[in-house]
Design a protein. Structure first.
Length: 395
């Protein structure tokens, strides 16, 4: 089973429903220490080369010159002027990246990133992505979804089905799908051709039942009927960096792509697919990848994530990305998921068994969250790298 990816987005709890959804979007910017942040939704992680060039230009014109990939296959622009929302919206709208102003924050759809490329799976779920996106934007009720409410469209290989989305479609042999709600262990059977409409109907059903009780299905599973179909175990894996018969997968460092790197990716393929694991699939790509991106499996950077840290976040007690990069560059092998956090909020940490590296102001506390229970040790920044490598080997 692939690890649950660490989200760049922190998730509100069920009790926050009555206070409103503060999740940023392309039009509603989020203030940060390094400037405003905009989150652009990319259903299925799908980008054309032309759209990628537009985003690269926006990052250079108004942002910090780079884009961040998120665990929902979306992108973020950082370091924006606080008053740039209107001009940013105009540019995104012209590029086809803002089809609905009222629904732009609810278009969170992840999909099997290799679907239709490598001969695996039971359906090319890109068609489901496009139909679901259209139906979402046309549904008045869907505008009430949380900005982090997630749809996952799995082509049957079991990769994004492991992400515990609010609504998951899993393609089945011969057509149709199983529809899973939250973390239910059973599912509903969906006929071929009804996949997107069934996913939207399930989300609308949850909205009507939840009221002010919960933002997400997993927080209130009793509000929905999970169905009675048994679910297959999600045995798929995240695509590894490297070449495959249908193209190239490139990995990033903490999900950051410079504008120059994004332009090179756009030149390598007419379509880009941003994955929930902060990598990029380039269908049909044959040329070399940009410098600084991973194109081979087995790196210590795999399953390694970090929050923004200082100086971008005022709450952070350390420049965690610099410290984490130094530790990962010293490591020699991959291991369990690891996440560096600048403060106790631990924004974006993964689920399941993972290694928690928390800045303390005097160094780092390294905690291995094993199934048998957590174990912790307080260390200096210089000692942290070795301790993290050991914890990743044994977690």
């Amino acid at each position: 089973m692939p690890p649950a990816p660490a989200a760049a987005e922190s998730r509100p709890g069920p009790s926050d429903r009555e206070r409103g959804d503060a999740c940023p979007g392309a039009l509603r910017l989020h203030p940060a220490d390094d400037g405003a942040l905009a989150r652009v939704r990319l259903p299925g992680g799908l980008l054309t080369d032309r759209q990628a060039l537009v985003l690269a230009g926006l990052a250079e014109r108004w942002g910090d010159g780079a884009l961040e990939l998120t665990s929902r296959g979306n992108v973020q622009l950082r370091g924006l002027p606080a008053d740039s929302g209107a001009e940013l919206g105009d540019a995104l709208r012209a590029a086809g990246l803002l089809p609905s102003e009222t629904h732009e924050r609810v278009r969170n759809i992840v999909a099997s990133p290799l679907s239709g490329l490598d001969g695996r799976g039971y359906a090319d779920v890109r068609a489901w992505v496009r139909e679901l996106d259209q139906r979402l934007c046309a549904s008045p009720a869907a505008a009430g979804l949380a900005g982090l409410f997630l749809f996952a469209l799995d082509d049957g290989r079991g990769d994004v089905a492991a992400l515990d989305a609010d609504v998951t479609l899993i393609a089945t042999p011969g057509g149709g799908a199983l529809l899973r709600l939250g973390r239910a262990v059973t599912a509903r059977r969906v006929a071929a051709g009804d996949e997107a409409s069934a996913a939207l109907a399930a989300a609308e059903e949850f909205i009507a039942a939840a009221g002010a009780k919960a933002w997400f299905v997993r927080d209130a599973p009793e509000l929905v009927d999970p169905g009675a179909e048994p679910l297959p175990p999600p045995t798929g894996t995240a695509p590894e960096p490297g070449r495959f018969d249908g193209g190239l997968v490139v990995g990033t460092r903490f999900g950051r792509l410079s504008a120059a790197q994004l332009r090179q990716l756009a030149a390598a393929a007419p379509e880009l697919r941003i994955t929930p694991w902060r990598s990029v699939v380039l269908p049909g790509a044959t040329g070399p990848a940009p410098a600084g991106l991973r194109t081979a499996p087995g790196s210590p950077w795999e399953r390694a994530t970090a929050c923004t840290g200082a100086p971008g976040c005022a709450k952070s007690l350390a420049d965690v990305r610099t410290d984490a990069a130094r530790a990962l560059d010293l490591a020699v092998e991959p291991g369990a998921p690891v996440h560096w956090s600048g403060c106790e909020r631990r924004c974006g940490h993964p689920a399941g068994a993972w290694v928690d590296v928390l800045a303390t102001g005097a160094g780092y506390r390294v905690t291995a969250h094993r199934m048998s229970g957590p174990t912790s040790q307080d260390l200096t920044t210089e000692q942290m790298a070795e301790a993290v490598a050991e914890a990743r080997r044994t977690t």
